[in-house]
Design a protein around this ligand. Structure first.
Ligand code: SAH
Ligand code: SF4
Length: 410
């Protein structure tokens, strides 16, 4: 069941899917993704005296986010009584991983199962992708099931169902990935694929999976603040990037309330084309978007804003457009990421030819932007957002098992 929401305050209105806020909450909520203040309140409900709550939160925080515990048992600094009381009301559950694919280049993709809208109905699913190299491990995290926006080159935009993820489901992706990677003290790393040197498998986070993070602001904010908390997961805000298609009013808010790095999906240098590629542009045109970027708190040469530009053959990939792109971004501390289009079944675009991408990138490079082309990763496992989900949606249970088995042995 999908409802649509007509935006009427603009002459060239665009149709947006309405997000579904309902879902079957688990009987026992997970403490994963609960901000410290909510955790303190939860302890209050269990009659922990107020004077002790801060200290208890600190202890739990350590077991959950530094040690990766999935059960209250074994939390040796927490009294037996409190552990039992916690276990009665709460869990430390993360989203269930229902499929895993490992690419020949070490990229790992997980399909995660989340509670659906009604009891007994099929569960919701999102993806999370791990992209390792020798120095860093980047986790690409989803913020919504599907997306209310309808960018014409994006497969997630075609998905019918949209639901905002909770903060717990967003942080839960990091926790589930760390579980799978053995990325906890004393954990066992996978024997296949590349894992970066150093003591942590996940060093960077990008909110570039399914969904528009700035349309799920509070949950994304709470989740990022938890990921960045120095006494827990501890991934610095300078290593967390939020990608937006251009929800202008929330860009300033993201700067003030989150403070992570920003990436903007630009994809076109004039409003006419951007209106079709990224229909949200009809509401927030390029000039407004770039103004918000110019004012983004904390943007500097050391903390540049990334502009993403998907290379679509014959659509946005001319040399004139490359020149216009560097002109447009003049004065903004920017990085440019040229993304080869990742085609999906039924998509109406082709990826630009490689020599055209090189010519385009040369213009960008000559203007002073380093290494502008993002190497496509995990192509053999369909790494564009939304594709693992749709591939498995059509599969029977047996085929899903086969897919999982294949992913294990690939
Ligand atoms: N909704 C947010 C974040 C998720 S999409 C946004 O749009 O920024 C993450 C990035 O992948 C965006 O830059 C998006 O434009 C790009 N993208 C989507 N589909 C793609 C495809 N098929 N090929 C290449 N890039 C794609
Ligand atoms: Fe949504 Fe981003 Fe895809 Fe556009 S590119 S439909 S905003 S996920």
């Amino acid at each position: 069941m999908t409802t649509t929401l007509e935006i009427t305050d603009n002459t060239a209105a665009f149709v947006e899917k309405a997000p579904l806020e309902r879902y079957v909450a688990p009987e026992k909520p997970s403490l994963v993704g609960m901000p410290r203040a909510a955790l303190a309140d939860a302890l209050g409900e269990l009659s922990v005296p107020e004077a002790q709550r801060k200290m208890r939160v600190q202890q739990l925080w350590h077991w959950i986010y530094v040690r990766g515990f999935t059960e209250f048992d074994g939390m040796s600094s927490v009294s037996k009584e409190l552990r039992a009381a916690l276990a009665e009301k709460f869990t430390l559950a993360r989203p269930e991983v229902v499929a895993e694919q490992v690419s020949v280049d070490g990229t790992r993709k997980w399909l995660l199962r989340l509670p659906g809208e009604t009891q007994g109905e099929r569960p919701h699913e999102v993806e999370c992708v791990y992209i390792p190299d020798s120095e860093r491990g980047t986790l690409c995290v989803s913020s919504q099931v599907g997306c209310t926006l309808t960018c014409t080159f994006c497969h997630t935009g075609t998905q019918r169902l949209v639901r905002n993820l909770t903060s717990g489901e967003i942080v839960g992706q990091v926790m589930a990935a760390r579980d799978k990677l053995g990325d906890w003290p004393g954990g066992v790393r996978p024997s296949d694929g590349v894992i970066p040197a150093g003591d942590r498998c996940i060093t960077n986070i990008v909110m570039m999976g399914m969904g528009e993070p700035l349309y799920n602001f509070e949950s994304v904010r709470d989740a990022i603040l938890i990921m960045a908390d120095g006494e827990g997961i501890g991934i610095s805000k300078r290593r967390i990037t939020l990608s937006t298609s251009g929800v202008v009013p929330n860009i300033e808010r993201a700067g003030a309330e989150i403070g992570c790095l920003l990436a903007v999906s630009l994809h076109a240098v004039n409003d006419e084309l951007r209106d079709t590629l990224v229909p949200l542009n009809r509401k927030y045109p390029i000039a407004d978007l770039l103004e918000a970027c110019r004012n983004y708190p904390g943007a500097s040469n050391a903390r540049r804003i990334t502009f993403e530009y998907v290379m679509l053959k014959g659509v946005n990939d001319s040399i004139e457009e490359a020149k216009a792109l560097v002109r447009l971004l003049k004065g903004i501390p920017a990085k440019i990421n040229l993304i080869p289009f990742n085609p999906w079944p039924g998509s109406k675009y082709d990826c630009s030819d490689w020599d055209q991408i090189e010519k385009f990138s040369q213009v960008v490079f000559d203007a002073g932007y380093a290494s502008p082309v993002r190497t496509p990763r995990g192509r053999d496992i369909l790494a564009a957002c939304g594709q693992l989900k749709s591939a498995t949606e059509k599969l029977s249970a047996r085929e899903r098992m086969a897919l999982r088995a294949m992913a294990m042995t690939d």
